[in-house]
Each structure stands twice: as C-alpha cells, then as structure tokens.
Write a protein that binds this ligand. Structure first.
Ligand SMILES: C[S@@+](CC[C@H](N)C(=O)[O-])C[C@H]1O[C@@H](n2cnc3c(N)ncnc32)[C@H](O)[C@@H]1O
Length: 242
C-alpha cells in the first residue's frame, strides 16, 4: 500500500480521533435511523483509531468490532478500547461468519477499498437479514474525472471519490435497498475551513500529510481534486434477502 495519509499526525491534528468530516454527527444519525440498541452487534469497517467504537459504547452501550489494515491506528484503538475486538484486515476479506452483524458502519472508508464489489459482497454476507449498512463518504459532483485520481498512489479516501450513481447501482445489484441518501457537503466544508485555518492552505496540508512515504506531490493532487468537485454524503441501505 502507498502512503497512508491517515497515519499522518496532520490528520489527527485537525480531526482528532475521528478521521473524517463531521465527527460523530452522522454516526449518531445512523444509530437513530437504524434504531440500534445495546442488543445489536456492529462492525466498524475501517475503524482507524476506534473513535466510533468508543462512541457507540459510551453513548449507547452498543458493542462494536473493528477491522482496519493499519497496524499503527489499530494499536491506538486497542490500547484505548480494551473491551472491544480488533482485527488487522481489509474489506476484501472479512473474517466473520455469515449473518454476524446487525449493522456495518463504513465511515469514510469505502472509497479506500481495493475492490469495491468484493467489499460490498463481504458486507452483505456478514450482515443479518434486514441488517443496516451505514455509509458516509466523499463523492464527485463531476464524476467524469474520478478515474484519473485513481492513478495517484496517495492513500486517502479523497483519491477514491465515489460516482454516486455507480455506487447506488452496485449496492442494489448486491441486494441492498437504499433507504436514505443525503448530501452532507456542509460537514466537508467545515473541515476544509478548519484545515485552511490550521495550515494556511489545502496545498500545504496535502504536502505535509504526504511528506513521509512514497506519496505523489500533494499540490498536483489537489489541482486534480478540485476539478472533481468533491462532496460528502450519507447513505443508509438495508440488506433484504430474496
Ligand atoms: C478516513 S479514515 C476513517 C477511519 C474511521 N472510520 C474514522 O472515521 O475515524 C479511513 C480508514 O480506512 C482504513 N482503510 C484503508 N484501506 C482499507 C481497506 N481496504 N479496508 C478497510 N479499511 C481500510 C484506513 O487505515 C483508515 O483507518
């Protein structure tokens, strides 16, 4: 894997423990919409430092498991949340049985999957019937340019901006019913303003976040990004077995 921007201190400096726009606002919305309770078992796909797992337990006594490919981020999660179960791995191959979870959260992580179709099949497999899939992520309002972003080795969700129509189609083809889809661009804007206040410009931020490892030039990446017109969305889908 190329440079993991989420391991950079620049990310946690502006976002804290939640490595995504909006903090817990959309997590809470997901909990309320899906009426999750302490009886439910949840998977946090791409759990990073485990912020959502801690939140679900502290606020709602909901137990969640976490999976992430970053040893560095998982180490932080494990030290903080000793009650939870964390696994090193990716969305391509979820080490859980069929029908294990009532809900899977993928907060700003689906855009990072190597094989999105495979990940969606895996999420479908591990969810119980009528289980929930809560997705928050970045998308391109101008999706004609998204393929070009994929050429960058820079490992950030912003590199995998979704084409929303394609994502919806893929979910429906797997057997998910889309229950809600909302634009949450305000949360992305808030984060961008915070980054600019902290670092001076997005160019400086990307250059610093990609300083270590084999990342491409942050400024070049930033220009390509602008032309895609990034947005942020929340989508909740439900597994319905035929
Ligand atoms: C934007 S961060 C979000 C982390 C966490 N969900 C949060 O919101 O705080 C993306 C996370 O996805 C993880 N990730 C990257 N590729 C992944 C993959 N193929 N499968 C699962 N997680 C992945 C990264 O290591 C990182 O922790």
């Amino acid at each position: 894997m190329g440079c993991n921007a989420y391991e950079s201190h620049c990310m946690s400096d502006v976002m804290g423990q939640t490595l995504r726009p909006g903090g817990f606002t959309l997590t809470e919305k997901g909990v309320q919409y899906c009426k999750l309770s302490e009886k439910d078992l949840v998977l946090d796909l791409g759990c990073g430092m485990g912020a959502t797992i801690g939140y679900l337990y502290e606020k709602h006594q909901i137990k969640a498991k976490g999976i992430d490919p970053s040893e560095k981020l998982l180490k932080i999660a494990k030290e903080k949340l000793v009650f939870s179960e964390f696994v090193l791995g990716t969305g391509n191959d979820l080490p859980y049985d069929v029908d294990s979870f009532h809900c899977v959260f993928a907060e700003c992580t689906l855009s990072l999957m190597k094989d999105l179709n495979q990940t969606l099949s895996e999420v479908y497999r591990v969810l119980k019937n009528a289980g929930w899939f809560v997705i928050t992520d970045v998308y391109a309002k101008n999706p004609t340019m998204v393929k070009e972003l994929e050429n960058y080795s820079f490992n950030s969700c912003i590199r995998g901006l979704h084409n929303l129509n394609e994502l919806k189609e893929k979910l429906e083809n797997k057997g998910f019913h889309i229950m809600i889809i909302e634009d949450c661009g305000d949360l992305l804007k808030e984060l961008l303003v915070k980054i600019i206040f902290t670092y001076g410009s997005m160019d400086i931020f990307w250059s610093m976040a990609t300083e270590h490892g084999d990342c491409n030039n942050g400024v070049k990446f930033q220009q390509m990004l602008k032309s895609c017109k990034p947005g942020y969305f929340m989508l909740i889908a439900q597994k319905r077995e035929v």
